[in-house]
Each structure stands twice: as C-alpha cells, then as structure tokens.
Design a protein around this ligand. Structure first.
Ligand code: NDP
Ligand code: 2IT
Length: 447
C-alpha cells in the first residue's frame, strides 16, 4: 500500500512538487483515500484521485489600481476552478500578501472534499489576490475590489462559480465586489455569498463557520458524554471565524482564555466574556486595530508578542487563524497540558506531524474540511434562498446548520471508525468527501 501511495504522490509531485501547501493537502488525502480505492473495484483503475488533483481551470490575472497618492499598484488575482462534478465551483476569496498558486490550490482542493461533505450540490473553487488590505484606506479597498472584479466577473456566475469571503475578505469587501459585478453584468443574482441581509445575504452566514466549528466539537464531545460547560478553551485568530467560535463557546458555558493575530496572543485568565468579545469585534471589524490593544482596556490580561497560544493549558483548542499555525511541538504542549479536543476552524492549521501527535494520543481531532464546513454550507443555504427569492429566519438557518454539522460528523464516523473504536476524523472526512465526487465523476465520463 505504501508503495502505491508513494507512486501516486510521485506523479502529482512531478507537476506540483514546488507547491508545498498543495502537496501537503494532497498527501493527507492520498494516504487515507488510496487504501479505500484499492479495496473498492468501482473506483480502482479510473485515476479519479489523479484527476481530482488537477484543477479543471486556473485563472490568473493582473489587477491594476491607483492608490490614494495616485501611484499605480499592480497585484495578481487568481481563481482556481478545481472541480465541478457535483455542482458549480464554490469557495472563498483570500486577500493576503502570502497568496500564491500553492496556497490557493491547497484551499481549492480541500474545498472540493468539504463541499461534498456538506451534502449540498457545490463543486470546489478558491481565489484571491496577493493584495494586502492592512493599512489601506476605505477608498483604496473599494478601488481594489472593483479592479479585481472587472476581470473576475467574466469567469463567475450564479450557475458557474460563486465566490465568498476568506482571510481579508469580509462583508465590506463582498459589498464592493458585488456592486461592481452588478454594474458590469446588469443583473442582481446570487453570484457571491456572504452578502448583506438587505441585499440577498443569509442570516447566520457571518456566524456560520465559527458556530459550525463549535457544533462539530459538541458532536465529538457528546460521544464522550461531555460538553463545553466549564471547559477552558484556547482560540487562535481574532477574525471572522475566531470571533464567532468564541461567541458560541462562551454561550455554551466555556471559558475562552486566548485570542490572537499575526503579532501575538492575548491571555485573559478571567476569561473573555461576551462584553469583552464585543470589544474585540469592534476593535477588529470597525477600528481595524490589533489584538494587543485588548490589554490596554483589560489590564489584568497579558499580551504575548510574537507567540502562539498553544502553550496555554486548556481542555479544548480551536485553531481559527491560518494554515500550518500549529506544529508538532505545539501539539505536544497541548496534549501534555491536558487538551483532549481540537476542532479546526481554519483550513489546514495543524501540520501533518501535529495531526500524528493528536492521533497517537487518541484525542478528539477534527480536520477543518469537516469542522469548518458550516461556513460554506450556510453559503449553500444562501444560494438556495437566492434561487427561491426567499429569506429564512435565524432559527431556521441555525437549525439547518446544526443538522449539516451532525450529518458531517456521522459521515466521519461511518468511514473513520477504527477497530478499537477511536474515530479517525481525517480518514472519515477524506473518504466520505471523496465518494460523492468520485461517483459523480464516474457517471459523467472522462471530461
Ligand atoms: P479573517 O481575515 O477574518 O481573520 C484572520 C485571522 O487570522 C486574523 O486574526 C489574522 O491576524 C490571523 N492570521 C492571518 N494570517 C495569519 C498568519 N500568517 N499568522 C497568524 N495569524 C494570522 O479570516 P477568517 O476568520 O475568515 O479566516 C480564518 C481561517 O478560517 C482561514 O484559514 C480561512 O481559510 C478559514 N475559513 C474561513 C471561512 C469563512 O467563512 N470566513 C470558512 C472556512 C474556513 P492578522 O489580522 O494579524 O492578519
Ligand atoms: O474555506 C471556506 O470554506 C470558506 N472560506 C467559505 C467559502 C464559501 O463559499 O462560503
């Protein structure tokens, strides 16, 4: 089996060896899915996984815009249309200086499996730009979004490819992107998700990724007859996903001890309560400030410059910032300090070696493609509401989100339960995500 996996990875490496994040995502899937393919005749010999590793289409384009000083700036824009076997391409846009082909291909690849897990008819895609929104004026953000959309608009559409937010792209950016799409195409359609509620957005979409990450953790905990009540929770990030993961954890009776950004983490031994979280939301979403400012307002807390929160003793860890933010040593620290449940809000935040530590320690570990799928699932619900030209209540959407997260959890158990009863959620998510896409690809022939 090892040889088969290596032979497959060698083939993918020949084309993509320089794309480290993409190869990391492919390796994890290959190691769990190839043994399944080998034992299932209908998939064997059809090179389905190899086909899934090659994007159906990659679009790369120039984005020119003028900054507030009149200087002309040049950025690079991308859209990876990875797989459309089960629905139109669907996935977020990331604006961050580190964005490159490898990062977007890893995200698009993960998205294919994630979207399949949601049970909704969505293919996988991802896009973005190396544009850095930090320190830009409101007008610069708007002009960049407009310039980006003047090219992207030719490649997307409500039945073709439906982008949404990701790092650096929130409701403000979706607004500017949508406005430009509408102007260029002269149509009001559900071409983007994460829209404002007064113009086609869904209630709960902003909350959905963070809430879903906590719902997934709740499902894992319930197997051990446990819950969030009185648990110490460590969270990384302080953006969209981290904020609503914190809100849900607090509302379930947990004590949230940390949040972070790329400059360091804050530790509040008394717990970040709803009022303090409101301060963080205002700081990050309105003032666009740094998490270090928290300690000025709450002097009993601490800011740990340049550090990650994983050495903080806790019961539950929710990595909600970015890829590869939690390595082997971090995982060892978490486990030795008593952490027994990790639910990923970010995409691929744990390195391969970190996941090995979690698996060897037999703690509850949920990979992002399962546990953060609530965001894209609620995007799928936004698409449905747009098609129906209707609008569901908060309660209705939240119930559907809870149901979807429970379904994903059950799929992981179906394909990931080991002989000793331990649930390998990585294996479960990868195989369950693969099966639906593979069946559709087989039915649709060699295209
Ligand atoms: P935001 O832009 O709202 O927030 C990102 C947060 O992560 C910020 O606190 C940011 O800090 C921090 N961060 C970003 N890059 C780094 C880095 N290199 N090192 C340390 N911290 C970093 O993004 P989201 O909350 O939307 O996304 C967070 C994660 O969740 C990403 O992995 C994303 O792909 C994933 N995700 C998002 C979904 C969504 O619906 N938004 C859905 C599913 C997954 P700083 O401000 O300093 O950059
Ligand atoms: O990684 C993700 O799932 C997202 N950024 C959300 C994608 C979406 O289309 O809502």
């Amino acid at each position: 089996m090892k040889q088969k996996i290596e032979a497959f990875l060698d083939l993918v490496r020949q084309r993509n060896g320089h794309e480290l994040e993409f190869m990391q995502a492919v390796e994890e899937v290959a190691e769990t899915v190839i043994p399944y393919i080998v034992n299932n005749d209908i998939y064997h010999g059809n090179n389905i996984l190899l086909r899934m590793c090659e994007p159906e289409r990659v679009i790369s384009f120039r984005v020119c815009w003028a900054d507030d000083d009149g200087e002309i700036q040049v950025n690079r824009g991308y859209r990876i249309q990875m797989n459309s076997a089960i629905g139109p391409y669907k996935g977020g846009l990331r604006f961050h200086p580190t964005v490159n082909m490898s990062i977007l291909k890893f995200l698009a690849f993960e998205q294919v499996f994630k979207n399949s897990l949601t049970t909704l008819p969505m293919g996988g895609g991802k896009g973005g730009s190396d544009f850095n929104p930090k320190g830009k004026s409101e007008n610069e953000i708007m002009r960049f979004c407009q310039a980006f959309m003047t090219e992207l608009c030719r490649h997307i559409g409500p039945n073709t490819d439906i982008p949404a937010g990701d790092i650096g792209v929130g409701s403000r950016e979706i607004g500017y992107l949508y406005g430009m799409y509408k102007k260029l195409n002269n149509e009001f359609t559900g071409v983007l998700t994460g829209k404002g509620v007064t113009w086609g957005g869904s209630l709960i979409r902003p909350e959905a990724t963070g809430y879903g990450t906590v719902y997934f953790a709740q499902n894992m905990l319930s197997l051990k007859k446990d819950s969030f009540k009185n648990k110490n929770v460590v969270i990384s990030g302080s953006g969209n996903v981290a904020q609503y993961a914190a809100e849900k954890a607090i509302s379930l009776g947990a004590k949230v001890l940390t949040m972070s950004d790329s400059s360091g983490f804050i530790y509040d031994s008394n717990g970040i309560d709803m009022k303090k979280l409101e301060y963080i939301m205002n700081l990050k979403n309105v003032k666009r400030g740094r998490i270090s400012e928290y300690v000025k307002n709450y002097p009993k807390s601490m800011f740990n410059k340049g550090e990650k929160p994983w050495s903080t003793p806790c019961d539950i860890a929710l990595p909600c910032a970015t890829q590869n933010e939690l390595d082997e040593n971090d995982a060892k620290k978490l486990v030795s300090n008593g952490c027994f449940c990790v639910s990923e809000g970010a995409n691929m935040p744990s390195t391969k070696d970190a996941i090995s530590v979690f698996h060897k320690s037999k703690i509850l570990f949920a990979p992002g493609k399962a546990s953060n799928a609530g965001g894209v699932a609620t995007s799928g619900l936004e698409m449905t509401q747009n098609s129906l030209r209707s609008h569901w209540s908060r309660e209705e959407v939240d119930e559907k989100l809870k149901d979807i997260m429970l379904n994903i959890h059950n799929s992981c158990i179906e394909y990931g339960k080991q002989d000793d009863g331990y649930i390998d959620y990585v294996k479960g998510a990868n195989i369950a995500g693969f099966v639906k896409v593979a069946d559709a690809m087989l039915a649709q022939g060699i295209v």
